[in-house]
Design a protein around this ligand. Sequence first.
Ligand SMILES: O=C(O)C(=O)C[C@]1(C(=O)O)C=C[C@@H](O)C=C1
Length: 287
Amino acid sequence: MKRVAILGPSTFSEEATRHFLGEDFTYVSYKLISEVFNATSSGETDLGVIPIENTLEGSVHLHVDWLVHEVDLPIRAEWVFPIDMNLIGYPAPEGRMDDSNPFGYIRKVLSHHVVPAQCSRFMKQYLSGAEFEQVSSTAEGVRIVSSLQDPSVAAIGTAIASTNYGVPMLQKEIQDHKDNMTRFLLVGKEASELKSSEDMKTTILVTLPEDYPGALHQVLSAFAWRRINLSKIESKPTKKKLGTYYFYIDIAGSLDSVLLPSAIQEIEAIGCQVRILGCYPSYPYTN
Ligand SMILES: O=C(O)C(=O)C[C@]1(C(=O)O)C=C[C@@H](O)C=C1
């Protein structure tokens, strides 16, 4: 069975990956996302799972940076998964009940760094008196809460973590929007057989030769006149020189199509550097 590195256990990454890949894979949990990248890069696992973008938070920049700067791992698939955030902790101690704020006794909240942006309304309303402490995953927060057994310390994470670590669920679905989704990437050195998808995507990085007027327009027009749809474009610092950027571009379409390779050739012909991060099937969420 192929081995898949995930941030875990009892995380959103684990839930999302089991839902997408099923049980024909061996899941190997790592505490840090850097370990997920390194395990996949070194061959300790065949594949790795990277949360890359969220409806409420946008790109997870740290993970994009790793994908671009630290490893050479092609993207093999992407899928989206609904994310329901839950407040997990112990009930208010006797005498600490406050009718105006049922969670006013919580002084510290532990979770992954992307979580406050996904639960900002709830946190503002009920947890404004609590300090937020970043931990390596949502599940790690729940694990620490279970070891402390202190009602003033709570976590935000998955329903599975609440069950597995035996810490009560204080409030379900505290994310800002009901339809909160995270997009996950499957990365790996070798292609894997996956269920078929009607949608193919290609991700490229484009570095402009120099900063001149209309450079980005020229790049975009190579796609526009061929009627190639871009689903995402983000400028990111090259990390080599202040004020220099590359563009991270998600393209709807496959490298096997007639038009996309010629669009890439055109961009290269105007002096841009193009790096292909992957050409892969994309899966919408299905229940
Ligand atoms: O900490 C977790 O549970 C994760 O799987 C990580 C992660 C992320 O990095 O975006 C995955 C999905 C949610 O958006 C929140 C956290």
